[in-house]
Design a protein around this ligand. Structure first.
Ligand code: AMP
Ligand code: ZN
Length: 138
């Protein structure tokens, strides 16, 4: 399979490994968007969050606090963002991954949404709630 992260996992291409267990690998993101920018991936190839099974989700997320704390101790950031992109055009590597992005004063990173507080009425919120809930697996 032509997947760059599977190639990292099977040693075909190099990476800066930070943490590894039976199910998960964490390594430095090659672009280093900020100092310590890290990716966490499952060892089984899963395209994105829509295909993530519960077991794999658990395997990945259980290591997040350890790595986040290591980044905090190592670099003393002012904060840390956890980002996960799904589907084009947001996602560029189609092997599920979580970005851990330590944040620093004036680091130039832009990770934000627009603040729409006060723009929508109760009816709109109720509509959204209903729509999402009717699509959840029970
Ligand atoms: P996304 O846009 O969420 O799919 O992000 C994919 C990330 O993978 C980007 O931040 C890339 O910098 C990173 N990336 C791509 N190839 C490599 C590689 N060989 N080693 C480390 N990180 C990589
Ligand atoms: Zn893969």
């Amino acid at each position: 399979m032509d997947c760059i992260f599977c190639k990292i996992l099977n040693g075909e291409i190099p990476s800066y490994k930070l943490y590894e267990d039976d199910n998960v690998l964490a390594f430095l993101d090659i672009t280093q968007g900020t100092k310590g920018h890290t990716l966490i991936i499952p060892k089984n190839h899963v395209k994105n969050v829509y295909e993530l099974d519960k077991k794999t989700a658990e395997d990945i997320f259980r290591v997040v606090p350890n790595i986040a704390n290591a980044l905090k101790k190592a670099f003393n950031p002012i904060g840390l963002n956890i980002v996960n992109n799904n589907d084009k055009p947001l996602q560029s590597v189609f092997h599920f991954h979580i970005h851990l992005i330590p944040r620093y004063e004036e680091d130039g990173a832009i990770i934000s949404t627009i603040n729409n507080y006060g723009k929508f009425d109760n009816e709109y919120f109720n509509e959204l709630t209903l729509k999402i809930k009717e699509n959840l697996n029970k």
